[in-house]
Design a protein around this ligand. Structure first.
Ligand code: GDD
Ligand code: MG
Length: 333
């Protein structure tokens, strides 16, 4: 039985201040944590046991996901006292897996509609050591650029460089043979991108690319967070996680877990539970749980849990913290 590891221990630096109180994978996309969308994707291909590889703000995951039974999954938590890097995290988390031959590893900040079962099939057909999901982006400099040969074999792995040789990039979903994970040194800081992949390629390891161009997004910046959320609400991106919930309102204009909403809500906005929005205009925004507002206009913004907005305020391209403090930040970047 295939099992999975989710890498959810990074600091989410580029998303500060949004990641000051919750780790990036717990930020809401279309009202649900990024991690929940990923669990649904793994569950869809029959994966039952999933280890969350946690480090930064690790305590936030357990109260929400518990033992996973609510989702029909068995969720385990591996904790790194200090972040061990992506490969170190995989090695550490693998201790909690049972004896299986292959392991799906997911970066914890990606939403993707790619066909994971087809990736698994390709991995088995090639008898590969590792099979990487690759996607194409316009500018590959912020990613791992991954050239492949005509047979799909990975020729090189070049993490974040100024002149990437190809716009096919590492999309952050890997299938590993367990024996490869066993070869990663224990309790050491190791990076798959900068060490494990390049080393295995130079040693002649069988690393293949699964190229797929369906919807894919790395939630690395506030702008990407809004993009991912509004794309899910508008139906540009899909997630099986949303089908489990009974929303008070769900169409392409907006999604809401709360009943007490009035005004004009549009642009793929997402409104969490226990919110009270009276006569508000909301466009392309994320409103977290427990937010209250009256006669407000909120555009292209992220409102944190429990924020009470001053009546009649206008909030644009901004982050509002739980105390209602407004910071105009970088949603345009
Ligand atoms: N447990 C644990 N420990 N998780 C970690 C650690 C760690 O030390 N470091 C990073 N992670 C997790 C992050 O939480 C995130 O979910 C994932 O690993 C990737 O880290 P990012 O910091 O988001 O990396 P990136 O976006 O700059 O680049 C990575 O993703 C790109 C695709 O989205 C690389 O894998 C690139 O090669 C890739 O193209
Ligand atoms: Mg990322």
């Amino acid at each position: 039985m295939t099992e999975a590891i989710l890498l959810v221990g990074g600091y989410g630096t580029r998303l500060r201040p949004l990641t000051n109180h919750r780790p990036k994978p717990m930020l809401p996309l279309a009202t649900l944590p990024i991690t929940e969308h990923q669990l649904a994707m793994a569950a869809k291909v029959g994966i039952k046991r999933i280890v969350l590889a946690t480090a930064y703000l690790s305590d936030v995951f357990t109260p929400y996901f518990g033992d996973g039974s609510k989702w029909g999954l068995e969720i385990k938590y591996a904790l790194e006292k200090e972040p061990l890097g992506t490969a170190g995290a995989i090695r550490n988390a693998a201790e909690l897996l049972s004896e299986g031959s292959e392991v799906v590893v997911l970066n914890g900040d990606v939403i993707s509609s790619h066909d994971l079962s087809a990736q698994l099939e390709l991995h088995r057909a090639n008898s590969a050591d590792i099979t990487l999901h690759l996607t194409e982006v316009e500018d590959a400099r912020a990613y791992g650029s991954v050239p492949t040969n005509s047979d799909g074999r990975v020729a090189a792995f070049l993490e974040k460089m100024d002149n990437p040789p190809t716009n096919n990039i590492n999309a952050g979903c890997y299938i590993f043979e367990s024996s490869v994970i066993d070869s990663i040194p224990k309790n050491q800081v190791v990076s798959v991108e900068r060490e494990t992949f390049p080393n295995l390629i130079s040693q002649g390891g069988k690393i293949f690319g699964f190229i797929d161009h369906s919807y894919w997004l790395d939630i690395g910046t506030p702008k990407a967070l809004l993009q991912g959320s509004t794309d899910l609400v508008k139906g540009i991106a899909a997630s099986a996680a949303l089908d489990r919930y009974k929303f008070a309102h769900r169409d392409q204009n907006y999604l809401s877990l709360s009943e007490s909403i009035s005004g004009d809500i549009s642009g793929g906005s997402a409104i969490g539970g226990f919110c009270r929005l009276i006569n508000c205009t909301v466009e392309g925004s994320i409103i977290s749980d427990g937010v209250e507002a009256e006669n407000c206009t909120i555009r292209n913004s992220f409102i944190e849990i429990g924020a009470k907005l001053p009546p009649n305020s206008t909030i644009s391209n901004a982050f509002v913290d739980p105390d209602g403090e407004i910071s105009e930040i970088f949603f345009a970047n």
